[in-house]
Design a protein around this ligand. Structure first.
Ligand code: NA7
Length: 548
């Protein structure tokens, strides 16, 4: 077995240097579990995070109304019954404060804090081929030497926060939702502008609408929405879901999207219109993401089925909206339901009935710049605000990694490479970057189409097993081959192109960022199928990966 470096700090040119077996970037859902597993394996491992605490997404996204869209009882670690049962949720879809407390519970229960360095941003990661090791440098100038590097930096962690010309000139307060301050932001009675109506914008809008003085929402693309049903949990409900621990353990990794529900409603073509309507109604009333990722799989492939399901949802929205103008502004007609992320909401549509809430359509008259007073549109109109909220999303999937200066073999830059074409091998490695493992990266379900905990557990477990394999066989280096990567990309693209998802613009396709190569970020062959493929690779001794 390869020797484990036991010394954490060495002297190098008079500077202290962390010498590690493995460095984990990120202390969110993936990072915490990856750190735990590699430490259990006996590695000298340390996690680094820009944040001042654990939680990743749930540390940063503390905007008003931030909450789960996955049910709390499945957004969980399932490797430990004790950990699972030691925490009790208060509702099905809890808010960010409760989720952040849970992440702290996880870190404390697993005693991880001592191995995490907070307030530390990894600025660069360069691979030294001769030594088979990575050198990381932090923004503060600290240098870390490590054999393995695991990116657990999140798929939605690089916010599009510096989007508009003139942002710094704004005289009021301006916030991106993923950089919301810890201190209370007083919105009562204020004139507030929100740009963006994705899953985040919707949560913000429905939450702040009743308290602000005036709210203008700048909408470029209307969203299909699905009303959330959020029951509160007392001891009986908690006991009930906890009793299903083993069922969830077995079930979640094998469904299409890592949720407990799957496409179990029979084939669309086998049912009468009345039967289909009954299925859709039943699932609609569950008030979860089930309508999207577990009603009828045909809706992802067949335009006619998709249109019928889209019309079902449009009708649900029409029933709630009071006038035609609102229907025109808020109900999508030019893309199909489910072809990008479907947000859950609670009173989002009704918020627009409040007299002080209005919509500014920026589809044909885009935001031009931020002025000292507010938001200026292309036609010169300016809307004045005290507070501007940018719910403008993320450089998803790839952004967290390309914002680090990562250089692999021969000094190749991941940022430059991904500006041309975003490829990975099963989202777990990238050809040309030995001993770099990734989670939540493009071309795996964890990039978007998944209950994140299900997918991130699977990926970190695969990485742990892979590193164990190397150590057991006295191997130092692993790298995906070009052939394996090309084959995975081909399979990924064929799977994606068979669906309607690639026809809609959204962050799923990278189209929210000008110039980003267009490719579906997430593998859409299903969480269960992906897991099976990953397991086969490991069981067969890692074909497609070069090891020495
Ligand atoms: P999203 O889903 O990327 O939404 C961003 C929103 O911001 C969306 O409505 C965009 O409109 C809008 N946007 C972005 N740039 C602009 C400009 N320049 N002008 C006007 N509107 C703009 O991000 P979220 O944070 O809501 O959600 C990300 C994920 O987090 C979500 O899917 C969940 O998985 C959790 P567009 O649709 O591009 O026309």
């Amino acid at each position: 077995m390869a020797e484990v470096t036991s010394k954490k700090v060495e002297e190098s040119n008079g500077e202290s240097l962390f010498v590690l077996d493995a460095a984990v970037i990120g202390a969110g859902v993936a990072g915490l579990y990856q750190l735990y597993q590699l430490r259990e394996q006996g590695l000298n491992v340390r996690a680094f995070d820009t944040a001042g605490g654990v939680g990743g997404t749930w540390y940063w996204n503390r905007y008003p109304g931030a909450k789960f869209d996955s049910a709390s009882y499945i957004y969980q670690y399932l490797f430990s019954e004790e950990l699972y049962k030691g925490w009790s949720w208060t509702e099905k879809f809890p808010g960010q404060p409760e989720i952040e407390r849970w992440m702290n519970y996880v870190a404390d229960t697993l005693d991880l804090r001592g191995d995490i360095q907070f307030d530390t941003t990894i600025e660069s990661a360069h691979y030294d081929e001769d030594r088979g090791r990575w050198t990381l440098t932090t923004v503060a100038g600290q240098v870390i030497d490590t054999q393995f590097l695991v990116g657990c930096c999140g798929m939605l962690s690089a916010p599009m926060s510096d989007l508009f010309e003139g942002q710094s000139s704004f005289k009021g307060q301006i916030f991106h939702t993923a950089r919301w301050p810890r201190e209370t932001v007083e919105l009562k009675g204020k004139r507030v502008g929100v740009i963006g109506n994705g899953a985040t914008g919707i949560q913000v809008i429905q939450t702040i609408a009743p308290e602000v003085g005036e709210l203008k929402v700048f909408i470029r693309t209307p969203q299909y929405v699905n009303a959330m049903n959020n029951p509160q949990y007392g001891p009986a409900e908690v006991e009930e879901y906890k009793s299903k621990f083993e069922y969830f353990q077995e079930r979640l990794p094998n469904t299409f999207a890592g949720f407990e529900f799957n496409f179990d409603n029979g084939a669309w073509a086998d049912q009468t219109p009345e039967q289909r309507q009954a299925v859709l109604e039943r699932i609609w009333n569950n008030g979860s993401l089930e309508l999207w990722i577990a009603s009828f799989s045909e809706m992802f492939f067949d335009e006619d089925v998709n249109e019928q399901v889209s019309e079902f949802v449009r009708n649900k929205m029409r029933e709630r909206l009071k006038d035609k103008e609102l229907c025109d502004l808020l109900i999508p007609t030019d893309y199909g339901f489910g072809t990008h992320r479907v947000p859950l909401e609670s009173g989002y549509l009704e918020a627009y009935h409040l007299p002080h809430v209005s919509i500014v359509s920026v589809k044909d008259n885009p935001v031009k710049r931020i002025t000292p007073e507010g938001i200026q549109l292309t036609d010169g109109t300016t809307h004045q605000f005290d507070v501007i909220i940018l719910a403008t999303g993320f450089d998803a999937g790839s952004g967290a990694l390309t914002r680090i200066d990562i250089r692999g073999r021969d000094g190749r830059s991941l940022k430059e490479q991904w500006q041309q074409d975003i490829t990975t091998t099963m989202g777990l490695q990238i050809c040309g970057y030995p001993n770099l493992f990734t989670t939540g990266a493009p071309l795996a379900p964890s990039a978007a189409l998944c209950n994140m905990t299900t997918c991130l557990q699977q990926q970190t477990e695969w990485i742990t097993e892979c590193i164990q394999h190397l150590r057991t066989n006295d191997l130092q280096v692993i790298e995906a081959t070009r052939e394996a990567e090309d084959a995975w990309v081909k399979h990924h693209d064929e799977t994606a192109d068979a669906t309607l998802v690639t026809k809609t613009n959204s962050w799923y396709m990278g189209s929210n960022i000008e110039g980003k190569p267009r490719r579906l970020l997430s593998y859409i062959g299903g969480v269960g199928a992906y897991r099976q493929k990953c397991t086969e690779v490991a069981d067969q001794g890692y074909p497609g990966f070069e090891m020495h």
